[in-house]
Design a protein around this ligand. Structure first.
Ligand SMILES: NC(=O)c1ccc[n+]([C@@H]2O[C@H](COP(=O)([O-])OP(=O)(O)OC[C@H]3O[C@@H](n4cnc5c(N)ncnc54)[C@H](O)[C@@H]3O)[C@@H](O)[C@H]2O)c1
Length: 269
């Protein structure tokens, strides 16, 4: 049995915990939970059976084989670094927190012979991008459309005083690389970061961000061109019920990644 520890008992952490005890109960023991907010840990522990331990992060790392981070971009780098250094496998949801430090973290995984997993999250096309990266990739472009109110607190919008109220048609808010996109629109961070890690890196990954008064949901389009040809994907994400910032697909993708780790049959790239 693989001992799993989950750091972050929110929307994604809860679904992964339930999956450990239902879908994967033949291969996994949910050993422990950790969270900076004790009430979140207790609330999740309450609905689980058997009850996982509530531990500090360091103790959780020591007692588990697979550490799952579903907490925050401010925590993911430290969690990956410490858990890998202890020889543990790690799944990271807050991919944005790793961006810019990926060389160090990948090297830690290599030297300690551990696996580091980044689920595709709320974007589709990572499988094709990984295959394309075996050859030559010329271009990776992410276009994100959201309703205008979804951008009101974005640092880029505030800095440039971009008016978003009463938009009648689509407005391009940003065009540039993923490094600047992540800075100006931190809420988009995970999608840009995962695409960057799988493909050309954050400096060469192009990002367009569009406020669209016609959109009711968040839409991510990915265009990849390489020596294989090209592909285009479009994802229309429903928000999760518990946390509208997290898409339903991101939660399912986390559970599917756990399934990929555990099952003998692995379909897709
Ligand atoms: N990879 C992707 O595509 C993708 C998609 C959606 C969300 N995410 C990321 O996954 C993470 C979890 O998302 P969620 O919807 O479950 O969030 P959530 O807000 O529902 O839950 C986060 C939980 O983590 C806890 N937490 C926060 N900071 C912590 C820290 N430093 N240490 C320990 N616990 C901490 C919070 O108290 C909360 O219980 C977020 O960082 C989010 O940005 C990634």
């Amino acid at each position: 049995m693989i001992k799993v520890g989950i750091v972050g008992c929110g929307t994604i952490g809860k679904e992964l915990a339930l999956a450990c005890q239902k879908r994967f109960s033949d291969q996994v023991t949910l050993e422990a939970l950790a969270d900076t907010d004790v009430s979140h840990m207790r609330k999740l522990q309450h609905i689980l059976n058997p009850k996982p331990k509530l531990l500090t992060m360091d103790r959780l790392f020591r007692q588990c084989d697979l550490v799952i981070e579903a907490a925050s971009k401010h925590a993911s780098y430290e969690i990956a670094k410490k858990a890998l250094a202890m020889g543990k496998d790690v799944m990271i949801m807050s991919v944005g927190g790793i961006l810019g430090k990926e060389k160090e973290i990948f090297e830690l995984a290599r030297t300690h012979r551990c696996c580091l997993y980044f689920p595709s999250g709320g974007v589709v096309g990572i499988d094709g991008l990984k295959a394309a990266a075996i050859g030559k990739i010329y271009r990776v472009t992410l276009t994100t459309r959201k309703p205008p109110h979804g951008f009101e607190d974005a640092p880029h919008v505030i800095k440039h005083g971009i008016p978003l109220k009463n938009l009648k048609q689509e407005k391009v808010l940003f065009e540039g690389n993923a490094v600047s996109a992540v800075r100006g629109f931190p809420k988009n961070i995970n999608v840009s970061a995962t695409l960057s890690l799988a493909g050309l890196g954050a400096r060469k990954t192009r990002v367009r961000i569009i406020a669209s008064p016609h959109m009711l949901v968040n839409v991510h389009e990915v265009y990849v061109q390489g020596d294989f040809g090209s592909f285009y994907t479009r994802t229309e994400n429903f928000p999760s019920e518990q946390n509208p910032k997290t898409s339903r697909l991101a939660i399912l993708s986390a559970v599917a990644t756990l399934e990929r780790i555990l099952r003998n049959v692995k379909i897709g790239t």
